[in-house]
Design a protein around this ligand. Sequence first.
Ligand SMILES: [Zn+2]
Length: 430
Amino acid sequence: MDKLTSLLKRRGFIYQGSEIYGGLGGTWDYGPLGVELKNKLKQSWWKKFVQQRSNIYGIDASILMNKDVWVATGHVDNFSDPLVECSKCKKRFRVDQIEGSICPECEGELGDVRQFNMMFKTQVGSVEDSASTSYLRPETAQGIFVNFKNIIDSFHPEIPFGMAQIGKAFRNEITPRDFLFRAREFEQMEVEYFVTPESWEENFETWRKDIIEWLRSVGLTLDRLHEKEVDGDELAHYSKRTIDFEYDYPFGRKELLGLAYRTDFDLSRHAKMSGVNLEYFDQVNNDHFIPHVIEPSFGVDRLVLALLLDAYHEEDVAGESRVVMRLDKSIVPIQIAILPLMKKDGMSEYAKNIFKKLSNNFVCHYDETASIGKRYRRQDEIGTPYAITVDYDSLEDNTVTVRERDTMVQKRIPVDELQGYFEEQYKFLN
Ligand SMILES: [Zn+2]
């Protein structure tokens, strides 16, 4: 894990948030390669669950919402962690991470257990009173529920149908930890899938399969994925069934995403609190009812971390160690590296010309610094599947070598065939 995090920083995937000021706990900044990877992952999800479905509607709701949203859902009263505060250094700790009554930092006396609300509170407008209170949303789901009626009115969908959103959420974790895993600001990809009360079980099963199919398509190692049936006390009071999909992280088996049957809890609460009718009218059966909900909820950053952990490999190549990021081709930050063997004799210009052409359709990276061996290693480290090298022969016969990341095999390919060759390699993306 330490090797991975230092590589991610060194090579421009992920940096500590506000690092030059000593950082801000639980925040992370994505660099140029990290944001490419994360965007590709989100695009893949959107394609699978929105674009390729005729009955799922995408939205992008505001992060700031009317505070009554969070009263209705119970977040204002109940979204809290029990914590204890040290009487000496004033640090706070989660009760489940502490043994005994002594502060692990300064050995001071710990106080009584108190509830600590995890929502970030803020003020909307210039007057600081309770009416202006708002919160940074602790989940994207509610942005969907409050727009339920808008989708009904605009599109008249037939049940079952879904609404999807990708966006930021915020939780004031008492002790953020494990790198991207438990951060205070993070991104979610969620679907609320509206079904009839009678059909929740079959829809739940379909989602369960679809989730795994998509995780496979982005290259997650399924051996490290485990389904945990949430039961008893751990099950949220409104949920009749929840499966946590857990992943074997280096710091333990932890939740990667969840699939929950939320009954009609959210819509019913919002209907009651807002006074707005949120029933669905089933024309076929002439029936009014509040739909029930199946919710697959993905943590983007947790998935990014899992995919990077899966991809990281160290191997021995002819007595030298090689670090290679075996990321799936669908999510690699750079698709093609373009490398002139040397800067001289027109090789740079030749290679730049190739960059100009291919970068219309692919994410390319041009690099002419350091030896060719070093540049191959750099591309291996960031997971680039293909590297094109322009050499002296290229200038004579208009062919280049294309080197594959995983096999390190090099092929000679005519320059005019490059476009077609890479279209073939990346055709599953279209
Ligand atoms: Zn202390």
